[in-house]
Structure formats: C-alpha cells, structure tokens
Design a binder for this molecule. Structure first.
Ligand code: SF4
Length: 340
C-alpha cells in the first residue's frame, strides 16, 4: 500500500504521512472485505484516502449509481450525509455507514420539507426540481432530483413553462442562463413567502448557497490570470453565474476531471474544494495544478481514514431513512438517474 501510494502521491503528500496513512488503509481494506462492504469515495476526499480505500470514486451522480447497483452488505460512504442518505434511498436493504456524524452541507441545511410544501402552495402545479444536495425529506417533496452534472438535462426533460429549482441560488442562476429562463427568488417575510409574480419568470429559485463555492469571486479569477496569463480556470456550477461566466469551463466535479485530462493548458485552477486539485495532480503528474486552498469544505474534511476505520470497527454511523419518506424520495432520485 505504501509503495503504490508513494508512486502516485509523493508529489502531494509528505512521506511520513504516506507511511502512517498506508497502515490505516491496509487495516480498513482488511475490515472492508471481512464485513463484505463497499467503500464509495467522493472526488473531494483527501488524496491518501481517495487513492487507497474506495472501490469507486466519483461525483454524486456516479456514486449514486454505484450505490444502487452494489450487492455488498454494507456501503461506507466517504462523503457527506445527504450522499449517504441517497445511497440508503436507492438500496434500502443495505447497511449504510457515514464515517463522521457531523459531515453535513450548507446547501442541504438551507431548506426544509415544509419550505417545499409552502412553495408548492404558492406555485400550484409547478414541477419541483431538487438538487441532490438536500436531505431525504426534501427529496420526498420533489418531482425529480438533479446533480450539477445533469441539471440542464433534467430541467429540459420536464418540458414545463415554469419550474421550481431548489435550493442552490447559484446553480439555479447558472441553469437559468443556460436554458434561457428568467428566474425569481421568493423571500421570507413576516407574512410568509413573498415573490414578485408580476415579473416575467420561468424559474423559481431559493436562497441556498454552498459555503465553499460562494466564496470564489471574479476578482480571484482576474488576480490569478494576471499572474498566470495562460491558466485554464474551471468553476463548479455552485459558483456564482458571474464566476462561471468568467471561467473557461464550468461543470460537475466529474466533468472538471475529464476536462483537465483531455485538454492541454500550461496550468489549471479549479474553483472547488482544494483536495480535488491534489487528486488530479496525483493522477496526471504532467499537469500543473494551481490551488486556492484557503477555501475548504469543513463537512467533506470531516471524513478521515481514522474515522473510516472506526466506522467499520464499530458499525457507525448508521444512516436510516423512514420508509414513508424513502419511497417518495426514491421516485425523485430514480427519475433523475433514468435521465443520466
Ligand atoms: S462543498 Fe458545498 S455543496 Fe459540497 S458538501 Fe461542502 S458545503 Fe455542501
């Protein structure tokens, strides 16, 4: 394990840490087969974890598919809570473990099932598209889910004059721009939810934001370009529409990885969780990756090798979704997966 990680990671992880983490990974992999478990690793996992214990790595959509297809008894999700919940929604007979109890998400916490019910009342008959970065009870109130990778395809598949798109304000803004729809954002007031419906609109959004991607600015892009004029800048669609418009490319984490692999630029900068730059640099040593690592996701960084080992040893933390919620959420997630 140490030798194989060293080959890939010696440029991004100090040797002393590689040795220590290789020992943990060996024990995790031993327990993984003893427990008949599969480990799914999100693209934001730190390199020593990402390259040593997951059976599959990828973005939310890719990992949802793997979760639905596995025949293992246990799914260990190295990602955040809403991802582990999605695995449980898709494959309810399996034991799903999330290694860190506090691995949440600012987007998932920005909206409740009651909020969706209020929106439905205010906009009767309008279909609800919900980003997968939400909890199961919110998915259960939705017609269909989407990821950042398939949001435009999901919206177009509905052939609806108007749609409600929740909860990411910036992803909604980016999708609205791409699909040519005008978007309005209701605001909470003492009298309830208010929206200016006298405007021409085809999308209704929500004021949720990713606490990582909202921090990147057009000024960051200008500053980096001033220092590295030929850099190729990739922005996740959870960044503001101004930032994605100023970048060279915008796409899901999976799409960003593919873009770097298939293009030739002197340097790349990813406007997303910093660990992904390390993971791409490790797999593509010929690519020069710049990083803005002062912006980190505290939730994704809760997942460590130590906690993953404890998860397998103590069978923690088990993710449960009440069956009545799961069945309704399943319809919305399954409908999304069918679109691809
Ligand atoms: S990066 Fe943003 S959207 Fe992803 S888990 Fe962290 S807070 Fe949530």
């Amino acid at each position: 394990m140490y030798q194989s990680n060293k080959q890939k990671l010696e440029r991004v992880v100090p040797d002393v840490e590689l040795r220590y983490k290789a020992e943990l990974a060996v024990e995790i992999n031993r327990l993984k087969s003893e427990r008949n478990a599969v480990i799914l690793g999100h693209n934001y996992m730190e390199p020593a974890l990402y390259y040593s214990i997951p059976d599959y790595v990828g973005d939310s959509l890719e990992l949802s598919r793997k979760a639905s297809q596995t025949d293992k008894d246990v799914i260990v999700f190295c990602g955040v809570r809403f991802m582990a919940e999605t695995a449980k929604i898709l494959n309810p007979t399996k034991t799903v473990l999330l290694p860190a109890k506090r691995a949440g998400c600012s987007l998932a916490e920005s909206i409740t099932a009651a909020d969706v019910r209020v929106l439905r009342k205010k906009f009767p008959g309008v279909p609800v598209v919900t980003y997968v970065n939400t909890y199961a009870d919110v998915k259960a109130e939705s017609d269909i889910c989407c990821t950042s990778g398939n949001a435009v395809a999901v919206v177009n598949s509905l052939h609806a004059d108007t749609i409600i798109f929740l909860p990411d304000e910036y992803l909604a803004g980016n999708v609205a721009r791409e699909t040519g729809k005008h978007i309005i954002f209701p605001t909470r007031t003492e009298g309830g939810l208010q929206a200016d419906t006298s405007l021409d609109y085809q999308m209704v959004g929500w004021h949720g934001r990713c606490e990582v991607h909202e921090k990147f600015t057009v000024k960051d892009i200008r500053d980096v370009r001033a220092q590295f004029p030929e850099v190729s800048i990739l922005a996740h669609p959870e960044c503001s529409p101004e930032v994605t418009a100023a970048a060279d490319f915008s796409g899901s984490t999976g799409a960003m990885i593919k873009y770097v692999q298939e293009s030739q630029a002197p340097q790349y900068l990813l406007l997303t969780e910093c660990a992904m730059g390390d993971n791409i640099a490790a797999a593509n040593p010929e690519k020069d990756m710049l990083r803005l690592c002062s912006v980190r996701c505290p939730h994704m960084n809760e997942i460590t090798l130590e906690d993953t080992l404890k998860a397998l040893q103590a069978f923690q933390y088990v993710i449960e979704v009440p069956e009545e919620i799961r069945v309704r959420a399943y319809r919305a997630v399954e409908r999304m997966i069918a679109i691809g």
